[in-house]
Design a protein. Structure first.
Length: 440
């Protein structure tokens, strides 16, 4: 007797039992056994071809049931995604300022932007990096994505799946604050051209087109597929839709790690919530995707989408942990949130040392911002979230995963052809180009 085992969740088992029952095959039902490792299949008299379409509680379907001497069930793919950790991360930049100045090994003065920050990002979760302007949100995002400029110096430990390794092409994507899109192209054209450039040469044109359409639907842009992007002086998409097009282009390679630098910048509250809900759904829908986003001042609805929160002030960590526990932390530290004030606004107001409005107005009984920040940092070291962070870092360091595999993109000839064709389309539709040619 040949036995092939695969672990099945309760949901998968229920669907499999329903499929088997519909064929009235009692022998197959009796072939399902429960062991200490979960459910498995074994039978000497029948075969079921079962396809697994997702991880965890994935749906399974019966392809065929025939009288043979074994049951074959493909094992569920065990791909956990990317675990990102950083510990005691410092980032310094050359500066002539005296405040926070420190001389580097070559004698130049350096100003610290990040000061010993520690944290992690896990698959299936959305990590939000919050803080006042100039606190180091974008710098932390750039450091984690390996995008720091040449005049910065970085120290500390950044690991992916417990190992020090660079992010390979196709495994991560970065969405910048500004949308760099061709205004003359439609949504469908912009995403399709990018798919031809980013996806490997071995993938057929039909597969690339299908990938582009799936990505467009994933970001809820199917109704605007044939609308031009638009921009300065040209009608087109709204700000929220343009932002989602930028995210679409970065999602074409199906990256497991997604960085977003203030994706709600310049959007109203309704557009911000729609964009962030789509982003959060990317992580929750696919438990293999890790999402890290910096955000300045989220609304109450947007804040509820965050799984974890990293709160920075002057380059230092004030709080890192579940977003739902941040309000409790501030209250336990002596800074409870007022009844009519949203928690995220209260957090930023408490740790923002740029404006001492209360002191300027002479309001008594208010704690100075510097003192409040110092109190919060000291309290954080004794809070449960801090100890949980240390345990998570230690656990993730023990992960034993293979090195990231670099993916391929389109070849040089294909890139030249696609770029030339896109340029001709852009010039043909850009009326300003013709006026410029006539003027010259």
């Amino acid at each position: 007797m040949c036995v092939y085992r695969a672990h099945l969740s309760t949901h998968c088992l229920a669907q499999l039992m329903a499929s088997i029952t519909s064929h009235s095959n009692v022998k197959l039902i009796s072939a399902i056994h429960e062991s200490e490792n979960g459910y498995h299949l074994s039978s000497p008299t029948a075969v079921a071809e079962v396809e697994t379409v997702a991880k965890g509680d994935a749906a399974v379907k019966e392809d065929s049931i025939q009288n043979r001497n074994h049951i074959k069930v493909p094992l569920i793919e065990n791909d956990e995604g990317l675990f990102l950790t950083w510990e005691d991360l410092w980032v310094r930049v050359a500066s002539n300022l005296n405040e926070g100045e420190k001389h580097s090994s070559d004698g130049r003065s350096c100003r610290s932007i990040l000061r010993g920050v520690t944290g992690y990002a896990k698959p299936g979760q959305l990590l939000a990096i919050m803080g006042p302007s100039g606190c180091g949100k974008s710098t932390l995002l750039d450091a984690l994505a390996g995008r720091l400029s040449s005049n910065t110096r970085q120290t500390g430990d950044i690991r992916i799946n417990g190992h020090k390794q660079a992010l390979a092409y196709g495994t991560s994507a970065y969405v910048t604050q500004d949308d760099t899109l061709m205004t003359t192209l439609t949504v469908k054209e912009a995403v399709h051209y990018s798919a031809q450039l980013q996806l490997p040469e071995s993938m057929s044109k039909s597969k690339k087109k299908e990938r582009a359409q799936v990505t467009i639907r994933e970001m809820g842009l199917q109704t605007a597929m044939n609308t031009r992007i638009g921009g300065w002086g040209a009608k087109g998409l709204s700000g929220g839709e343009r932002r989602r097009v930028s995210i679409c282009i970065e999602l074409l390679t199906q990256p497991k790690l997604l960085f977003l630098d203030e994706p709600t910048s310049g959007l109203d509250s309704a557009a911000s919530f729609y964009v962030m809900s789509r982003i959060a759904n990317l992580g929750h829908k696919s438990s293999q995707r890790t999402i890290v986003a910096s955000i300045h001042q989220p609304s109450s609805e947007v804040f509820q989408l965050f799984d974890n929160l990293c709160l920075l002030s002057s380059g230092e960590t004030v709080y890192f942990g579940p977003a739902s526990a941040a309000n409790e932390f501030f209250a336990a530290s002596g800074f409870p949130c007022p009844t009519l004030l949203h928690p995220s606004d209260h957090f930023l107001k408490t740790i923002n040392n740029d404006f001492e409005l209360d002191i300027e107005k002479g309001v008594a009984g208010k704690t100075p911002t510097e003192e409040a920040i110092h109190t919060l940092m000291k309290s954080y070291k004794t809070f449960e979230s801090y100890h949980q962070l240390q345990r998570q870092i230690a656990e993730l360091y023990k992960k034993d995963c293979e090195a990231l595999e670099k993916r391929s993109h389109a070849g040089f000839v294909t890139q030249c052809f696609v770029l030339t064709r896109r340029s001709f389309v852009n010039m043909y539709r850009d009326r300003g180009y013709y006026w410029l040619r006539l003027f010259i």
